[in-house]
Design a protein around this ligand. Structure first.
Ligand SMILES: NC(=O)c1ccc[n+]([C@@H]2O[C@H](COP(=O)([O-])OP(=O)(O)OC[C@H]3O[C@@H](n4cnc5c(N)ncnc54)[C@H](O)[C@@H]3O)[C@@H](O)[C@H]2O)c1
Length: 253
């Protein structure tokens, strides 16, 4: 279980992708810190499971939504502020990957990757920023090593995560003079549903895939979640416009 020595009692966060993996671990970590949560995911059963796991005295609202739909991205912030009266953190964790030889990737998969991994964090940030500015709040985006190194068969995913990194930095610059912090983490491989369902295209060249698997293996979901929670909390006050690689050395060289 994620455990962090931060106190966020009375604060409110929206976490997307909270039905499994990293998003669930972030929800657990923030709940342990006393945060009231609005948890979003396309998977309603997973959201219920996450809610049942949460420690602490905080209140939790769950909402199933497909974040590839721009209209759905406006709802989470409205729900959170209507229920809890404030917003202190937005954690954009939801994400997906499709692997394909580039000529064969269906347009729908390209479009969905960009919609969920890049457009949804933008639209959620648009809705959240006015509230976050009132509370010295924070946005934490979950990028990937794929933002920095080209991963074979993952052109859409790499493009979406590289876009998310630059979006983080651009927003951080825009809000240099205002009371909000905007950061990202860039994890290496974690053993979650995304990794378990990793399906390289038929007949792919595994030598190319090895390039981004690293020499030290995967990173722990809870270690990445702890950093997301730190960045979301006032204890992360020194971070703004940072993109923290947590990848056991994959991007070292
Ligand atoms: N696991 C890894 O190796 C790895 C590495 C680097 C970055 N990441 C990133 O970490 C984040 C979390 O992924 P994870 O590893 O926990 O995998 P995961 O599959 O367990 O979690 C992703 C969550 O996003 C949700 N989601 C997917 N499409 C959605 C949609 N259209 N609307 C709403 N929710 C949707 C899923 O239902 C799932 O609960 C993602 O942004 C992913 O790109 C993962």
């Amino acid at each position: 279980m994620t455990s962090i020595a931060i106190d966020m009692a009375g604060k409110v966060a929206v976490v997307t992708g909270a039905a499994s993996g990293l998003g669930r671990a972030v929800a657990v970590g923030l709940a342990a810190a006393g945060v009231d949560l609005c948890l979003i995911d396309i998977n309603p059963e997973g959201l219920e499971e996450t809610r049942d796991l949460l420690p602490g005295p905080g209140d939790t609202l769950i909402h199933a939504a497909d974040l590839s739909d721009p209209a759905a991205c406006k709802v989470p912030i409205e729900l959170a502020t209507a229920r809890f009266g404030r917003l202190d953190a937005l954690c954009n964790v939801a994400g997906l990957i499709y692997l394909a030889n580039t000529p064969e990737m269906p347009w729908e998969q390209w479009q969905r990757t960009i919609a969920v991994n890049l457009t949804a964090p933008f639209l959620l940030s648009q809705a959240a920023i006015p509230h976050l500015l009132e509370n010295n709040g924070a946005i934490v985006n979950v990028a990937s090593t794929a933002a920095f190194i080209g991963e074979a068969y993952a052109a859409a995913y790499c493009a979406s995560k590289a876009g998310l990194v630059q979006m983080t930095k651009a927003m951080a610059m825009e809000y240099q003079k205002q009371p909000i912090r905007i950061n990202a983490v860039a994890p290496g491989g974690m053993v979650t549903n995304i990794a378990v369902n990793f399906r390289p295209p038929e007949g792919c060249d595994f030598e190319l895939l090895k390039r981004f698997s690293g020499m030290r293996g995967t990173v722990e979901v809870d270690d990445v979640a702890a950093m997301v929670c730190l960045l979301a909390s006032p204890a992360g006050r020194g971070f703004h416009g940072s993109v923290l690689t947590i990848d056991a050395g994959i991007t070292a060289g």
